[in-house]
Ligand binder design. Sequence first.
Ligand SMILES: C[S@@+](CC[C@H](N)C(=O)[O-])C[C@H]1O[C@@H](n2cnc3c(N)ncnc32)[C@H](O)[C@@H]1O
Length: 238
Amino acid sequence: MSNDHLEAQPVELEHLPEQREIVTFMRRSSPLNTSQRSALEQYDHLILQYPVGDLRQHFPNPARPLTVEIGFGMGRSLVLMAKANPERNFVGIEVHIPGIAQCVYEAGMAELDNLRVLDADAIQVLKEMPDNSINCVQLYFPDPWQKKRHFKRRFVIDERMQLVEQKLELGGTFHAATDWEPYAEWMLDVLDNRADLENLAGKGNSYPRPDWRPQTKFERRGIEEGHVINDFIFKKIK
Ligand SMILES: C[S@@+](CC[C@H](N)C(=O)[O-])C[C@H]1O[C@@H](n2cnc3c(N)ncnc32)[C@H](O)[C@@H]1O
C-alpha cells in the first residue's frame, strides 16, 4: 500500500479547497484575566459542551421560552437580559473565549439558573436544534464584514436566515441590531423580502430602539464613533 497520503505537503490557509465552510467569525486569541480564568472552572455548570443537541434540555425548566443570542461578545447585555427575564431561558453562543469566561463570571456571581453559554459556531448549533423550537434569536452588532469579498461571511444572508426561520417557533422573533449603516440597509433588504417574516416596524423601517435591550460593548463603541444604531425585529408568520 502506498504511503503517499502520509507525505502530503502542508497546505497554506489561503489555498485550502473551496469546499471549506464559510464562517461568519474569526477566532481571536487573547489572554484571560484571573477572574475569567477561575470562572471557567467555578461556573463550568453554565458552559455547555458542543455538540449539545436540543438546547432546551439543559435547563431545570425546559418548557420556558428559549432565547438564543449569537455572538454575545463579553456578554454583559445577555446577563442583564437573563436577569430581567427569569421566566425565559437564554443560551449565548460565542467563539471568543474571554467573552465566554466573562459572561459565566457575571452569570455565576448573579446566581442565574436561566443562562447557559457555549463555544461553537452558532450555525452548527442551530442546524442541530429541532425545528420550531426557539422563541427568539438575537444578533446584536454582528461583524459587518465591510469588504465586498467578505459579504458572504455576513450572518444576515438568505441561506442563514432560512435556517433561523426553520428553527424559530411560529410567532417567534429574530432581533438584530447594527451600528454599520450599509449593513443595516443590507439587513433590511434581505429581511423585508423573506416571505415567512414580518417586519414589526412595517416594511422599510427599523424598529425604535427598545429600552429593554441593554447597551452592548460594540454598540457603545459605535455610538462613540458617531454611528447610528438600527434595530430590526421580525416575526415568523408562516
Ligand atoms: C462585533 S462582535 C459583537 C459582540 C457583542 N454582540 C456586542 O455587541 O458587543 C461579534 C461577535 O460575534 C461572534 N460571532 C460571529 N459569528 C459567530 C458564530 N457563527 N457563532 C458564534 N459566534 C459568532 C464573534 O466571535 C464576535 O465576538
